[in-house]
Design a protein around this ligand. Sequence first.
Ligand code: HEM
Length: 466
Amino acid sequence: MADRTDPSAPQALELADIQGAMLRKRPGPYVGSYLLLRVGTPSDGRRLLARLLPHVASAARWWDPPGGAWLGIALSHSGLRALGVRQESLDSFPAEFIAGMAARAARIGDTGESGPEHWDAPLGSPDVHLVVAAFAADRAACDSLVETVREALRDLPAVQLLHRLEAAQLPNGRTHLGFVDNIGKPNIEGTGAPRDDRAGAAGPGHYGDPPGAGPAVKAGEFVLGYPDQDGVLATQPLPDALRRNGTYVAFRKLHVRVAEFRRYLKENASSTAEEELLAAKMVGRWRSGAPLVLAPSQDDPVLAADAARHNDFSYREQDPEGRRCPVGSHIRRMNPRDSPEVSVDVLRHCILRRSTTYGPELPEGQLTDDGAARGIVFLFMGTDIRRQFEFVKRQWANDGNFAGLETEQDPLTGNREGARTFTVPLPARARRRQYEQLPRFVVTKGGEYLFLPGIRALHWIAGLDR
Ligand code: HEM
């Protein structure tokens, strides 16, 4: 059910009521902990929420969070139930959120090694009720915030801390495969996002549409309570007090096989320069972040570092056939922008990403796996899990048909079930190179569908406004 409104009317967002993690980037550098909690009785769960609420960072105070560190709170459907939310509200959530990520695993390609039966406990179990994220610029500030959470738990025996998952920026500031991340992002109407929110604490005032960010996407695609691209105002979940300024999160723990990736590059290239080009072709950007559309044959670190240019390109105008950035590359699949092969409205399938790395770096040049757990904890956000996250995974990442690539999958994240080829069109017309036998570089270690409520909604769940 939904209301229709004037789609052209921009609306001011209630930034002070929106959790910061939704609209603002994580701090950089960052150290974080995801705390997974089980709530045994509604009363203890609500007491915990009431105690944590003063520490929650809003999108309005992102540059000046309480205590200099960032706290965010999200709940699973079983968590909302455990906190005593009424049945009528519980039933009003979308079916995929109610079912949970583990139940939807086959739809999003979490099969074989990535199947829920292999996930790291307690992810995928009905016991994960609350996920509390504590982030700060350094370990001491993060630990101090985690200690605040532990303190809040001390006389609440019915609430159990099941697991603490640590994340931290790698010393080189990049992700495990050596790529800079957090570059491509939707341009959300009314968010007042700093021009380059990678640049750290830019502070309020550095607003404006980042060059190349594309048309502004209606806020309702990312935050409940505002019109979406079709001018539709969501009317669920119920009541409005719970829904307003909330969103959904696909929380994913993804193990990355770094040695496997390095070996594949080496075995399929004849020089270091060719290895780098193959890595860039798989992603669509050089490891520095420079986009292949603008830097097709060699890396351009100056371009990569220039937020006014590194997103400012058009597939349709500059690379319609994918001879620079392959149609099957990771970024072109994940956000085809104006790519001519795509017939759907891309803005209806945008996702907002927050990624944080976990585990130690594999030493530079090492080609054998050391057995360490390492990867990325992703938060994919949006107001419609099925139309956004699940669509992107199912249609764009794990299927090649939309782009005439038949059974090919995303070269970085594909599960390789029956699809192990990656086609790279070459600059010369009608020529292409096919890479075969791609191994699995990414294995899902767990995940949850969560609801990230607005701050007043957290008060409502805690019973503080009744
Ligand atoms: C471990 C797995 C993954 C790795 C290593 C990875 C890596 C990257 C890199 C290096 C970029 C380019 C830099 C940037 O724009 O931030 C990127 C972009 C992106 N990725 Fe991933 N990614 C992974 C999984 C995923 C998944 C599972 C999704 C979605 C379901 C996704 C969605 C996106 C999107 C939407 C972009 C931006 C595209 C654009 O706007 O141009 N990624 N990723």
